[in-house]
Design a binder for this molecule. Structure first.
Ligand code: MN
Ligand code: MN
Length: 316
């Protein structure tokens, strides 16, 4: 028995109630009638150091119940613009075999794409971006906005080519990304080798190291991203370790001297107008989190990413 009509809408009920879907969106068991699908990828088999990102989708779903429907800064109301639903997790039935796990993730995303859905994903470690890109960039290479402390264009590491430090190298090699339309922002931390990110530079990707970001500021960095990526479809990948560990301690490879949460919000809002057809937010590791700081930041940044995708979806 429901007395209040508005209680029929899960997003209007008290935010602490009900089952935790991403941003209290509708839980969709079928892929029909969905424009933007919110997806969890509970997989961290590509991590080279501290694990735990497999627990992120559940934790971000929980914290994302705090998210409301209207973006205060841009006035975008993504749930009004598009049919947004939580379409569950990309199941991995063989999670301890990295390459076949990636094949399973790719197969899931191919079904999502075939249903006409634009996916916004929560990993998982950063290795999951590669199988997602294999599905979403199958038809043509995409532009890339990649926000991270690391370029993730490394090479083989201890016998693996597909660990979380290499997805964007593999994606360029496989023709999934147009490196001339790719920008990487927030790069910092000590190197194992002075030429660690040589691939990014050789391929022609625009690399904005943290020192340059600090000088230019978030708004100007967004302008640079729009200049580099330009017209055409693009993928947005946000590694939570781009944030300073003060704002996101719950991650596997923390690097001091990073973005504030506010800078990340301003940076993302500055990307309005880009044709972002798919996105992911990765590397949240709840076992290393403190009081949910990281999961809360992730949920809020996911909302900013959803706003970008919703505007792009109705523009196209
Ligand atoms: Mn990364
Ligand atoms: Mn990183």
């Amino acid at each position: 028995m429901i007395d209040y009509e508005e209680m029929r809408d899960p997003q209007k009920r008290p935010r602490y109630t009900g089952l935790a879907t991403f941003m209290r969106s509708r839980w969709a068991e079928s892929l029909e009638g969905v424009d933007i699908g919110l997806v969890g990828v509970p997989f961290d088999g590509g991590v080279t150091n501290r694990p735990g990102a497999r627990h992120a989708p559940r934790e971000v779903r929980n914290y994302s119940s705090l998210i409301r429907g209207v973006n205060q800064a841009t006035r975008v109301a993504p749930f009004e613009l598009c049919r947004v639903a939580d379409i569950g997790d990309a199941w991995v039935e063989r999670p301890y075999a990295l390459e076949t796990a990636h094949d399973e993730i790719e197969a899931f995303y191919r079904r999502v794409l075939a249903a006409g859905i634009w996916p916004l994903s929560v990993g998982g470690d950063h290795s999951v971006s590669l199988p997602i890109l294999r599905a979403v960039a199958a038809e043509r290479p995409l532009g890339l906005i990649h926000i991270d402390a690391h370029c993730d264009t490394g090479d083989d590491y201890m016998g693996s080519r597909y660990h979380h430090g290499a997805p964007f190298r593999r994606a360029v090699e496989e023709g999934l990304l147009d490196p001339g339309r790719a920008i990487q922002i927030g790069i910092r931390g000590q190197l194992t080798d002075p030429d660690l990110w040589k691939f990014s530079h050789d391929a022609g990707m625009r690399v904005v190291y943290m020192e340059e970001f600090y000088r230019m500021g978030a708004v100007e960095a967004a302008r640079e991203a729009k200049r580099v990526v330009g017209e055409g479809p693009a993928y947005l990948s946000f590694d939570i370790d781009s944030l300073d560990p003060a704002f996101a301690p719950g991650t596997g490879t923390p690097e001091v001297g990073g973005l504030t949460t506010l800078e990340a919000q301003l940076l993302l809002r500055g990307l309005r107008g880009l044709e972002i057809v798919a996105a992911d937010l990765v590397e949240v590791s709840p076992p290393f989190d403190q009081g949910g700081i990281t999961a809360l930041a992730a949920a809020n940044l996911m909302f900013e990413m959803l706003c970008l995708m919703a505007e792009a979806r109705i523009a196209g």
